[in-house]
Write a protein that binds this ligand. Structure first.
Ligand code: SF4
Length: 214
C-alpha cells in the first residue's frame, strides 16, 4: 500500500502533536518499546473484537486473513465490493492520501455502515475522532453516504452499539483541515520544534515520550 502518505494511526498521533506525527512517519524506530501492560491491553482489545465479529458477522470476508501482505488489502477490498459482499473486516481505503482500515464495513438496506470496535465501556471523544477519520476516507473512496457506529463493551449486554453518524458528520470539516495541515507538517525537512508539555500524555502517553524527555 504505497499510494498513501499517512495512516489513521499517524493521523491520531498528529491530532495529539505535530512532532509525534513527524517522528512516527520518518523516525519510527525512535518510539518507546511497548510495555507488557500495553501488549496485554492490545491483546484484550483484539480478543474483544474477534468475539464481536464472530457473533454478529460469521460469514464476513476478512481481508486480513485472505491477504498475503498488507499491499493486497486495498485490491482485495475492491474485489469484495465488486462481488457485492455485504460484510467485510479490515475494509481498506485510501482517499486524499490517507489510509484507513475499517474494523467492519457492512451493508444493510442498500446503505454502507462502518463500525469501530473498542473494548471500552466509556464513550470517549478520541473514539469519535477515530471513526470520524474513517468516515471521511471511506465515504470519499466509496463516493456515497454511509453510517457510523461504535461498538463498546457493556456489562449487561456484552456489546453496546452506538450510532455516532451525526457526531461524525459534524467533524468532517475539521478532519479535512487536519489532513491539509498534516500534509504541510510532513513536507518539512526537519523535526518540528515542539516543547514537551501536557500534550505528551493527553489523551495518550506519546509513543516518543522517552525520545523527547531524555
Ligand atoms: S513527547 Fe510530547 S513533544 Fe514529544 S512528540 Fe510526543 S507529544 Fe510531542
Amino acid at each position: 500500500m504505497s499510494n498513501y502518505l499517512f495512516s489513521k494511526t499517524a493521523y491520531i498521533k498528529g491530532v495529539q502533536c505535530d512532532k509525534q506525527l513527524y517522528l512516527y512517519k520518518y523516525h519510527y524506530k525512535l518510539q518507546d518499546p511497548l510495555s507488557p501492560e500495553t501488549l496485554a491491553k492490545f491483546k484484550g482489545g483484539h480478543d474483544f473484537e474477534d468475539a464481536y465479529r464472530a457473533k454478529y458477522f460469521p460469514f464476513a470476508v476478512d481481508i486480513e486473513k485472505i491477504a498475503k501482505s498488507r499491499n493486497d488489502y486495498q485490491s482485495l477490498t475492491q474485489k469484495a465490493l465488486q462481488k457485492q459482499v455485504s460484510d467485510i473486516f479490515e475494509a481498506t481505503f485510501v482517499y486524499q492520501e490517507v489510509l484507513v482500515m475499517n474494523d467492519v464495513l457492512t451493508r444493510s438496506s442498500g446503505k454502507w455502515e462502518i463500525q469501530e470496535i473498542k473494548s471500552s465501556s466509556e464513550l470517549k471523544q478520541t473514539h469519535i475522532q477515530d471513526i470520524a477519520l474513517q468516515y471521511f476516507v471511506t465515504k470519499g473512496a466509496l463516493g456515497q453516504d454511509l453510517d457510523a457506529k461504535l461498538v463498546l463493551s457493556d456489562e449487561v449486554e456484552t456489546y453496546k452499539i452506538i450510532d455516532v453518524t451525526t457526531e461524525v458528520k459534524a467533524l468532517q470539516g475539521s478532519i479535512a483541515a487536519n489532513i491539509e495541515h498534516f500534509k504541510n507538517v510532513l513536507e518539512q525537512d526537519s523535526i518540528p520544534q515542539i516543547s514537551v508539555g501536557n500534550q505528551c500524555e493527553d489523551p495518550y502517553k506519546c509513543s516518543f515520550w522517552g525520545y523527547c524527555h531524555r
